[in-house]
Design a protein around this ligand. Structure first.
Ligand code: SF4
Ligand code: SF4
Length: 471
């Protein structure tokens, strides 16, 4: 029986209700009256429920698909403006006791080198990331209580925050580690993490159990209820996601929307971010076994999420190609990773180490400078902002501001000031020229005169060598 407030995974993600929803969507395929009603609701920035999302996902009439895309682009522009938040993953350890069939780190893969970074190696990786210009990291590890216990992760977070190389600093560490206990989530919160990220992979229980045949991750309920424990442990910014293509993407998207509703109704705040990784080739992984998601369906799915959860950050990684990333940014993506290494120690050791220890293959191999220059040229503001979490704007405090339409008053100036820091400290001449031009143009979009003046003063101070301004 479906119950969004239940503590039990199979009641708040209810297979029967998902199937009924998908059947309803098929009955209303390309139903103009229904689609009109849904788009009118989306246009009020109030979001959509899982049944409405299912109807949009089912739609394949080109005219309606174009309308969905155009509305998503409008909502994206209204709420997020032109800023795109930048981050990089940092892989600490690829030891893993789980048997996830889609991941190169699965424990029986003997073709990759197992490695865990020492605290000194972490310092070197973080220095390399700071020298590229990154300020925000997503920390990643495999699950291994012996080789990679929580104490190691906590030590690593302390190390990351302590490294200050030249003008560099990592100002926000998001953490993507295995589902754990309330007590451990409290420890992560106390260590000063930003968002706790955990992907469901698939919400379809039989597929979930099949692709996770061994290890603690096999336990569907423990994994699916992890965000409840994270919230109970005091973490109010959580990031969810599904590995799209493992199972039917329509099923998983509807289920993910149920997860959003569960968190909203139980804890008063939905996920801070949703990631939309697609299954990729990797060492010892046969991607032909999975259903996959074609580009056109994937792009529409992103647009539909933008309508459904307008205030939730949407994230793609370097799994997506340069060409497709551009369209996805227009349709709703608000955060991207740049110049990512998906291997352990890859930022210092380079490509060879990455190939030996990587979790999956990346599609976008550009440097951060190239990506920043590309974004500026396309009219987007690459933002290295980490202000909200440092100002205590997390959880429902953040969502209240976002829903009141006030968050853009701080996002825009913060994006411009952190871009200015990047241009001063790390950019090539070409990127700096494109970035300075963009800052000039985008300053006019700050409508509050006090913030506008203060931003201009702060930009001048950054030019003189001062750093770390924020609203
Ligand atoms: Fe381990 Fe995570 Fe890879 Fe599964 S997805 S094998 S838990 S690193
Ligand atoms: Fe994100 Fe807050 Fe910075 Fe906006 S101001 S980019 S919401 S951290």
């Amino acid at each position: 029986m479906y119950n969004p407030k239940s503590k039990h995974a199979e009641e708040f993600i209810c297979d029967e209700e998902i199937r009924a929803t998908l059947a309803y969507a098929k009955e209303h395929k390309n139903d103009a009256a229904e689609l009109e009603k849904i788009l009118q609701q989306a246009e009020t920035y109030k979001g959509l429920d899982y049944r409405q999302v299912a109807v949009l996902l089912e739609c394949d009439d080109p005219q309606w698909v174009t309308r969905i895309h155009e509305l998503a682009a409008k909502i994206k522009q209204h709420i997020y403006g032109n800023r795109i938040v930048m981050f990089a993953p940092l892989y600490l350890s690829n030891y893993c006791v789980n048997g996830c069939e889609y991941c190169a780190y699965h424990h029986s893969n003997c073709a990759i080198k197992r490695k865990q970074l020492s605290q000194e190696e972490i310092r070197q990786e973080v220095t390399a990331l700071q020298d590229m210009g990154h300020k925000r990291l997503a920390l990643e590890t495999g699950e291994d209580p012996v080789n990679c216990p929580l104490e190691y992760v906590l030590d690593s977070i302390r190390t990351i925050y302590s490294v200050k190389h030249k003008n560099g600093a990592i100002r926000r560490v998001n953490v993507n580690i295995a589902a754990t206990t309330v007590e451990n989530y409290t420890k992560l919160k106390e260590a000063g993490i930003g968002t706790y990220i955990l992907f469901q992979e698939t919400y379809h229980k039989p597929t979930y159990e099949r692709v996770h045949p061994t290890g603690p991750k096999h336990n569907y309920a423990y994994h699916t209820e992890a965000m409840d424990r994270a919230m109970q442990g005091g973490i109010d910014d959580v990031g969810i996601g599904a590995l799209l293509g493992l199972y039917d993407y329509q099923y998983d998207t509807v289920a993910m929307m149920m997860h959003v509703r569960h968190l909203e109704e139980t804890f008063g705040v939905g996920p801070h971010t949703i990631s939309v990784p697609r299954i990729r080739r990797a060492s010892d992984v046969d991607t032909n076994e999975y259903q996959g998601v074609p580009d056109d369906k994937f792009n529409t799915l992103v647009a539909i999420l933008r309508l459904a959860v307008p205030y939730t950050g949407l994230i793609i990684s370097t799994r997506e190609s340069k060409e497709n990333r551009a369209e996805l940014l227009r349709l709703g993506i608000s955060q991207i990773s740049g110049a990512s290494c998906t291997g352990v120690g890859g930022y210092v050791e380079g490509e060879e180490e990455e190939e030996d220890t990587a979790q999956f293959e990346v599609s976008d191999h550009r440097s951060l400078d190239e990506i920043v220059g590309w974004l500026c040229g396309a009219g987007y503001i690459p933002s290295f902002c980490t202000a909200c979490y440092r100002e205590g704007r997390t959880g429902d405090r953040f969502m209240t501001l976002a829903k009141a339409g006030q968050i853009c008053n701080v996002c825009q100036p913060n994006a411009l000031m952190t871009l200015k820091e990047y241009l001063m400290d790390y950019a090539s001449e070409k990127t700096r020229t494109a970035g300075e031009k963009l800052i000039e143009q985008e300053l006019s979009h700050i409508t509050n005169s006090t913030i506008h003046e203060k931003t201009i003063a702060n930009l001048a101070a950054i030019e003189r060598g001062e750093r770390d301004f924020r609203f």
